[in-house]
Design a protein. Structure first.
Length: 80
């Protein structure tokens, strides 16, 4: 069975608790929201934690069969 493709997802990346965790919001064009957060078992720099959040968001978007993804983050390292 083939999964339907999602036309557009917005990916919001954020960091919390002094670099020890990340959060991801995926929002579809129909305004469905998927929330994901993870806590690290190690201290991480801001750049590392936001990069890990970005990778987690990409994995979620791929699992949802998204083909257009708009990424939002306050990190220029992640989104340019």
């Amino acid at each position: 069975m083939v999964k339907p493709r999602l036309e557009l997802l917005c990916l919001w990346i954020f960091q919390y608790i002094n670099g020890s965790g990340v959060g991801v919001l995926l929002i579809s064009i129909e305004e469905q929201v998927i929330k994901y957060k993870a806590r690290f078992e190690f201290l991480a720099t801001n750049n590392v934690s936001k990069y890990k959040a970005f990778l987690a968001g990409l994995c979620l978007a791929k699992a949802l069969n998204a083909y257009h993804l708009k990424v939002h983050s306050d990190s220029k390292l992640v989104v340019g």
